[in-house]
Design a protein around this ligand. Structure first.
Ligand SMILES: [Fe+2]
Ligand SMILES: [Fe+2]
Length: 423
């Protein structure tokens, strides 16, 4: 079925020949690829902090009971128990999809002591209907977390950083031309955010969003990204939805992922609504989201793509400024990115958001969310007097005299994040 999709544009005769040729070469092609899968999965597992046991399993994930697996041709008891189960489960799903549950049960029973351990094969085929019940239903976050053995593993800040970086590298290594893309976007976005005077929590969210902004690309076939020519409407739609899939992936992080999810969802949106996939405009784009979009656009044009060469940093800067003139990219965000990237700027970099300092932005955010000055002071670990001082300064910079007007300013400028209100 995969080969049929690959050769979809051939006439039936040519398609049959191409599929036959591909099948005859499949093992030779698969051996180095699957060996690489195992090696890379083990390394990424290490960086994500997975246990030794899980990493050993990952190294064997294509082995089979009868010794005909890859990469080492292990057999029988040498294949780890979890691997025996997972490889069988994988085939059970594929076979059920292809031929239905009953026929799957028969095939699995016949393959006992072949690819599958006989006892497991018998167990599965005798209980096929029960085992397949509810397969394919969405499993929510709570259910998954409840399955975690005690004590649950928590990642601290440094481990999160390393885990996001590992995911970034995993996303980027699918295509030769995106190697290092997400790392660069993260660096640019965080650096530009600092130049624009955004507060520390925004900088962290920018950095981590940069790492994983393209995680939704994993849903889209590599062949689509590699195509050197116009995409079909269906392919283009699927490719553009990677921003949406990225947001979906991040919602499984719970509330901690909200700020990142919001930015990942919008990383291809444009001020004038000409981006994708929701085609929202500037009023829906926070300063941080604008910076991520500008950093992404700048970095992407410095990389090669199948249909074009990489631009020099200078040419990429000119292109970004052209996008600013067309009203697509936020001028402040673009200048912050370019100045961080060492591109000479024609104008002094304006401080974002009415010249407020990062601390003042944090204070405004809390005030807008309904916290009193005292509470805001406690949250930020500063004295109430200092908080009052910040508030006064915020009011004068924003040009308001009341909390309500300041709160409106915060909402209008994307400073109030979901889940941050007091109520
Ligand atoms: Fe990207
Ligand atoms: Fe993207």
């Amino acid at each position: 079925q995969a080969f049929r999709r690959l050769y979809y544009d051939l006439d039936p005769d040519a398609q049959a020949k191409a599929i036959e040729a591909a099948m005859s070469q499949a093992l030779a092609v698969a051996r180095p690829v699957l060996t690489a899968h195992c090696e890379v999965a083990q390394r990424l597992g290490e960086r994500l902090g997975l246990s030794d046991e899980i990493r050993r399993n990952l190294g064997q994930i294509y082995e089979r009971w009868d010794g005909k697996g890859l990469p080492r041709g292990l057999s029988g008891e040498d294949v780890l128990p979890a691997v025996r189960l997972i490889t069988l489960a994988q085939d059970v799903i594929a076979l059920s999809d292809a031929v239905g549950i009953e026929a799957m049960a028969e095939i699995v029973a016949n393959r006992g002591d072949g690819p599958y351990e006989a006892g497991l094969a018998r167990l599965v085929s005798a209980n096929a209907a029960v085992l397949m019940e509810g397969i394919g239903a969405t499993v929510d976050r709570e259910t998954i977390l409840a399955l975690e053995p005690d004590p649950p593993v928590m990642l601290d800040e440094a481990a999160c950083e390393e885990a996001f970086l590992a995911i970034a590298d995993m996303i980027d290594m699918r295509m030769p031309f995106t190697q290092g893309h997400s790392r660069m976007v993260a660096d640019l976005a965080e650096g530009a955010g600092a130049r624009a005077g955004l507060p520390a929590p925004d900088l962290r969210a920018l950095r981590w969003s940069g790492f994983i902004h393209d995680i939704g690309e994993l849903v889209v076939p590599v062949a689509t990204w590699m195509r050197n020519g116009p995409l079909s409407v269906r392919e283009r739609d699927a490719a553009q939805l990677h921003a949406y899939y990225g947001e979906r992936a991040l919602t499984s992080f719970g509330r901690d992922g909200d700020a990142m999810a919001g930015m990942v969802l919008r990383h291809h949106e444009r001020l004038d609504g000409s981006g994708y996939h929701r085609k929202v405009g500037g009023s829906d784009l926070s300063p941080a989201a604008r910076i991520l979009a500008a950093a992404e656009a700048f970095q992407t044009s410095r990389e090669e793509r199948p249909h074009r060469k990489a631009l020099s940093s200078e040419a990429a800067a000119a292109q970004l400024r052209a996008a600013v003139r067309e009203g697509c990219i936020c001028p402040e965000a673009a200048e912050a990115v370019l100045s961080f990237a060492g591109q000479p700027s024609r104008r002094a970099l304006p401080r974002a958001l009415a010249g407020m300092t990062p601390r003042e932005i944090e204070v405004l955010r809390l005030i807008a969310a309904g916290f009193t000055a005292k509470e805001a002071a406690r949250k930020l670990d500063i004295s109430p007097k200092t908080a009052d001082h910040h508030i006064e300064s915020v009011y004068s910079k924003v040009g308001v005299t009341t909390r309500a007007a300041a709160a409106l300013y915060a909402v209008e400028h994307g400073l109030v994040r979901p889940g941050e209100t007091r109520a």
